[in-house]
Design a protein around this ligand. Structure first.
Ligand code: C5P
Length: 409
């Protein structure tokens, strides 16, 4: 039986599409459509000159995301480090078409626009698709610049031969969008194989809050939404892992390819985690309630007007229990939500719970900690390494964490 091609080979992938100011920029619209139909999220970055060939409205509408152009936009929301976050967010950065000017800038590390700055900050693979007039393409300066880009590990897709906008016939045409699309699919398949693959691994993630009942109507909980843990589970599944997600009460949908176990209390979460403690990698992203009421009242506690005293008992420390029984080769990752003296407290926690990594974040910092949006974390490793990551969407934080943790497995 012939192989049936995957209709959505870019499902869950995140692409940056850089569009520069050449006539072939119109083909970017087709590229965005192909990427989106294949399941990718697409963020378009245009150079200011590219907007003279195709409008940001066209590419923004097709990509369903605002197109980014200037590195210092007029209406900046204070996040001028967006290029850094985007560079970490993306699985792949395609520049199509890449003009001689942009090729030269990228070859020499210029970062004067959102496109060039993001390229310089990006950790993902880059695919450069030059398109220009034949003589510009063959010029020794352009050849040398393209060679330089290859020496940085970028892939360069040579231009096609054919009719050019100048009326000349020769090399310099942008390859057809379908050919660029196929190269992107192949590069991503190769990249997953190479770095950070979790194929064949069992990853266990805890996420969300826990809820400890006081009586049939009231409970103790916290502000956790589960976003960070769900993003980690999703990213691990995309890297080929078998993923078990033990989730406290949250409204989030189950990520594709993930087995979800819903729990309510810390005790239930502990039992579910123990049932899957064979995992190769355990990430404790849940905000587990440290205390539970000593007794749950069978009926609603009445208001009497008098002072109310609650007696609380400690809940099991789920990660610490795993740390005590850690088997060789197993990797444990915890989170530390600290409002004061973060790095020292996080390191203490890493040691006390016998973890390999701990992810520190501060709930008081804007754009970090609880909530659906972004996070800004510091990663502390058992070997003493400390790495501050910039503020970025939680899905990009998840990828950055897995990039580092996957190599220690
Ligand atoms: O000790 P602290 O609650 O700050 O530790 C946070 C880390 O430990 C998180 O990774 C959290 O998921 C985990 N934890 C746990 N069980 C608890 C409390 C915290 O697994 N009872």
């Amino acid at each position: 039986m012939p192989d049936v091609p995957d209709p959505r080979p870019l499902e869950g992938r995140r692409l940056l599409l850089g569009v520069t100011g050449g006539i072939a920029a119109y083909k970017a619209a087709v590229l965005v459509r192909l990427f989106k139909k294949a399941g990718a999220e697409v963020q378009v970055l245009m150079t200011p000159d590219a907007t003279r060939f195709i409008t940001p409205l066209t590419l923004g509408t097709l990509s369903e995301r605002e197109v980014l152009i200037e590195i210092f936009p007029e209406n900046a929301d204070g996040s001028w480090t967006k290029h850094v976050g985007l560079g970490l967010w993306a699985d792949l950065f395609v520049v199509a078409p890449a003009t001689a000017q942009t090729v030269a800038k990228l070859a020499h590390g210029f970062c004067d626009t959102m496109l060039t700055a993001t390229a310089l900050a990006a950790r993902c693979p880059l695919l450069i698709c030059p398109a220009m007039d034949h003589d510009m393409y063959r010029h020794p300066a352009t050849r040398a610049n393209l060679e330089r880009l290859r020496s940085y590990g970028y892939e360069v897709m040579e231009a096609a031969h054919g009719e050019l906008a100048s009326g000349l016939v020769g090399e310099g045409r942008l390859p057809e969008p379908e050919a660029i699309f196929d190269r992107v699919v192949a590069m991503l398949a190769g990249a997953t194989e190479a770095a950070g693959s979790l194929a064949g691994r069992h990853v266990l993630v805890t996420a969300g809050p826990t809820r400890e009942a006081l009586d049939p109507v009231r409970y103790l909980t916290n502000h956790s939404t589960g976003t960070m843990g769900f993003a980690l589970a999703e990213a691990a599944a995309r890297r080929g892992a078998r993923v078990t997600l033990v989730a406290g009460p949250t409204a989030l949908p189950t990520p594709p390819g993930v087995t979800r176990v819903d729990v309510v209390t810390a005790e239930e979460m502990h039992a579910a985690v123990q049932a899957h403690r064979d995992a190769d990698l355990v990430i404790g992203a849940a905000a587990v309630s440290d205390f539970a009421p000593e007794a749950i009242s069978a009926s609603k506690i009445k208001k009497t007007g008098a002072e109310m005293v609650l007696r609380l008992r400690p809940t099991p420390d789920i990660l610490a229990a795993l740390g005590r029984e850690k088997r060789p080769g197993q990797v444990l990752v915890g989170f530390a939500l600290e409002t004061d003296d973060g790095p020292a407290n996080a390191r203490r926690k890493l040691e006390a719970k016998n973890l390999d990594w701990i992810v520190l974040n501060d709930p008081k910092e804007p754009g970090a900690g609880f909530g659906p949006g972004t996070n800004r974390v510091t990663l502390l490793a058992r070997d003493g390494t400390v790495e501050d990551l910039p503020r970025m969407p939680k899905r990009a934080v998840a990828e950055a964490i897995l990039d580092r943790v996957a190599v220690s497995l």
